[in-house]
Ligand binder design. Structure first.
Ligand SMILES: [Zn+2]
Length: 258
């Protein structure tokens, strides 16, 4: 019964496909138009598809949109996406972000890129220009610096610098537009055409976050040297009758790793 050809791209339908009311699209198209990724499609999207038609997909494609960008009127993006976008907007408000010329489409990608589930948080973001002259969104989070560029031909390109790779950040102001330069190991990555105020805030955010991040990692890696202090305070809990001798012994063993 099923057609062998993808109605969207005309390519082979293949085994991995997304079913709509009246047909299915191929895996390439389902990834291209962001119904899912190489790993699969979320149940909410499968549901959405089962109540929509190939014509709906065709309309979306004709409008130059993908599933993640569709507005709630013409077809609801997943609730998960919407919830993430709400979180992102409140983080942007909190960061006092004003400078977003030319990167609205990159902002829309943030729910797909940021790891909000695991506590990734936007500290600051700004629009700027990379060394190839592309307008990009530069995002500093509590774990990394991400630059995002979305183009009509090549899709979404991201460049990630983990905060522990950041050795330095500088910024300079021009008449209206400034620059920042991030040192990543031996590489210096520069971005220009950032509003002066935003360039300063972005550079400071990256510097501060890299500092916090590195100190956190050191803290985590540092073997616990204050065994004696811990045991002493434990002993006072025992003496005050807050914990039992058994609990004290067990905890002491745990602290000493014996
Ligand atoms: Zn296709």
């Amino acid at each position: 019964m099923a057609k062998k050809v993808c109605p969207i791209c005309g390519g082979k339908l293949g085994m991995y496909r997304l079913r709509f009311k009246d047909g299915a699209i191929c895996q390439k198209c389902l990834i291209k138009y962001k119904f899912g990724n190489i790993i699969g499609v979320r149940p909410s999207v499968v549901n959405w598809a089962s109540s929509h038609t190939i014509a709906d997909v065709q309309q979306m494609v004709n409008d130059g949109k993908d599933f993640s960008q569709m507005n709630p009127v013409s077809g609801t993006p997943s609730e998960e996406y919407q919830q993430k976008m709400d979180v992102i907007h409140s983080q942007m408000d909190e960061a006092g972000v004003s400078d977003l010329f030319g990167t609205k489409k990159e902002i829309k990608e943030l729910p797909n890129i940021l790891d909000l589930e695991h506590g990734e948080k936007i500290i600051y973001l700004a629009s700027g220009m990379d060394s190839d002259g592309n307008t990009v969104l530069i995002v500093c989070t509590n774990t990394r610096v991400i630059t995002i560029d979305k183009g009509p031909l090549y899709g979404v390109k991201t460049n990630v610098i983990p905060l522990d790779m950041v050795n330095g950040v500088t910024y300079s102001n021009g008449l209206e537009l400034g620059k920042i330069a991030i040192t990543n190991g031996a590489l210096v990555i520069g971005y220009s055409n950032i509003y002066n105020d935003a360039a300063k805030k972005l550079a400071e955010a990256i510097k501060n976050q890299a500092y916090i991040f590195k100190n956190k990692s050191i803290e985590k890696d540092k073997p616990n040297n204050d065994f004696a202090d811990q045991i002493r305070s434990l002993k006072s809990l025992l003496d005050d009758g807050i914990i039992t001798q058994e609990e004290f012994d067990a905890k002491k063993k745990q602290i000493l790793g014996i």
